[in-house]
Ligand binder design. Structure first.
Ligand code: THU
Length: 158
């Protein structure tokens, strides 16, 4: 038996420390929270994806009375991005959330397992790391890739 410890590279930054491009992507994710349709959970999530063609595509969580039929913000943005610009690749994603009072969640929000799996496939298609920024009101977690959020992942494509 051999042991392999996996470490996750995570940087913690404040908004003011980020580059203008990163702040722009976080602004787009925060703006998308206001377009969330979340009457059941009242948890409003926004995601913004930067593409290799320079576009920023955003999405928000969309819920449904038949609960499993809704979709997270990350996959709403990712599916829209790749169906609108199939030839472009993802370079970065930012995620933000706010509660029913309209206040941004203090701690960074992390994507669910299904979103990690979906995003990983777009990272594989890109052939390069997709930077991940998880925005909270107080601090921002930055990971260098989707792979770092899902280290031991299922993959059919290489
Ligand atoms: N949600 C997202 O949009 N992204 C995540 O990463 C986690 C959860 C949504 C799903 C549901 O509409 C609400 O947040 C509460 O779980």
């Amino acid at each position: 038996m051999r042991r392999a410890d996996i470490t996750i590279p995570l940087s913690v930054a404040s908004y003011s420390e980020l580059s203008e491009a990163d702040r722009q992507l976080i602004d787009a994710a925060r703006a998308a929270t206001h377009r969330s349709y979340a009457p059941y959970s009242r948890f409003c999530v926004g995601a913004a994806i930067r593409l290799s063609n320079g576009e920023i595509v955003s999405g928000s969580n969309q819920e449904n009375a038949a609960y499993p039929s809704g979709l997270c913000a990350e996959r709403t943005a990712a599916f829209y991005a790749h169906s609108t610009y199939p030839d472009a690749t993802f370079t970065a994603i930012a995620i933000a959330a706010r509660d029913t009072t309209g206040a941004e969640i203090p701690a960074p929000i992390a994507p669910c397992g299904a979103c990690r799996q979906s995003l990983l496939e777009y990272e594989t298609l890109a052939g390069a790391p997709v930077k991940v920024m998880l925005a909270g009101a107080d601090e921002i977690f930055i990971l260098p890739s989707v792979r770092s959020l899902l280290p031991v992942a299922f993959s059919e494509i290489v």
